[in-house]
Design a protein around this ligand. Structure first.
Ligand SMILES: Nc1ncnc2c1ncn2[C@@H]1O[C@H](COP(=O)(O)OP(=O)(O)OP(=O)(O)O)[C@@H](O)[C@H]1O
Ligand SMILES: [Mg+2]
Length: 249
């Protein structure tokens, strides 16, 4: 479905789903995010990119309540959540698939998914998204391949019915065929309009192609943001901040 950039910006201007204002955050006293202001509209797809160590994971962790918020504010649907513990943020609809693909390795695939079920979510739903997990349902989490572990980590988070799904380098180290399959799942989730997605990815071309808007982090600050069309029209943008130019369309 074509995306109306004006509609998206309009929604951002009126009532963002998530809003960060002048966020300074880090680990203990160490400051990593140096003043991030960012609004995300409901239904938006945001690509968050940047070189290693620039603060992408820290930004997702801050939204989730896993870092120390030194100053600034984080609001969800207008309500301040900056002091709220992580489990309450999850209950309000924030879902993170961490870069570390946290799954319970000693539990089976099925037990892992059941542990993530919330509301009316069902096992069958998870298996419909990832048929491979149904085949492996009796296997322990630790017996899965990297791709299968990532599917499980994503399925578990999705079964919590997040309205904002944050994916931290979901394609890292996976074969191209698995990357394509996962991107197809993200497309389907985004297309129904109920799930807002922040995708952190080193595969910059894929992330940009997926996104409505691209945000580039550089040393804990937003160094650039623009629409997918703007980024695709100017390969120098990615080249400058990420070190990879997009191939000419
Ligand atoms: N638990 C931690 N305690 C202290 N510093 C940390 C911690 N985790 C990350 N950092 C530091 O914070 C900075 C940003 O790290 P972060 O993991 O957010 O970067 P990133 O953009 O996600 O990088 P990558 O692309 O490698 O995943 C880095 O300098 C890193 O060393
Ligand atoms: Mg990271």
């Amino acid at each position: 479905m074509p995306v109306c950039a004006i509609c998206i910006w309009g929604r951002i201007m009126t009532e963002p789903l998530l809003s960060l204002k002048s966020v300074v955050a880090g680990y203990g006293r160490t400051q990593i995010l140096n003043g991030i202001s960012l609004d995300i509209a409901a239904g938006e797809r945001l690509a968050l990119i940047g070189r290693n160590g620039m603060g992408k994971t820290t930004l997702l962790a801050t939204i989730m309540g896993l870092t120390q918020l030194h100053s600034g504010s984080v609001t969800l649907n207008g309500a301040a959540i900056g002091a709220m513990p992580t489990h309450r943020r999850a209950g309000l609809g924030l879902g993170l698939v961490p870069q570390t693909r946290d799954i319970f390795k000693s539990l089976t695939v099925e037990e892992n998914i059941i542990a993530g079920l919330r509301g009316d979510a069902t096992l069958e739903e998870a298996y419909a998204l990832f048929p491979r997990l149904k085949e492996r349902r009796r296997n322990g989490g630790g017996q899965l391949s990297g791709g299968e572990q990532q599917m499980l980590a994503i399925a578990r988070t999705l079964m919590g019915r997040p309205s904002l799904l944050m994916l931290d380098e979901p394609l890292e180290g996976l074969a191209p065929v698995i990357c394509e399959m996962l991107m197809g799942v993200f497309e389907r989730l985004a297309a129904d309009g109920r799930t807002t997605i922040i995708l952190v990815e080193q595969h910059a071309e894929m992330a940009v192609a997926f996104a409505d808007r691209v945000v580039i982090l550089d040393t804990g600050k937003i160094a650039y943001q623009g629409s997918r069309a703007e980024v695709q029209a100017d390969p120098a943008i990615l080249d400058r901040f990420v070190g990879v130019g997009l191939s000419a369309a």
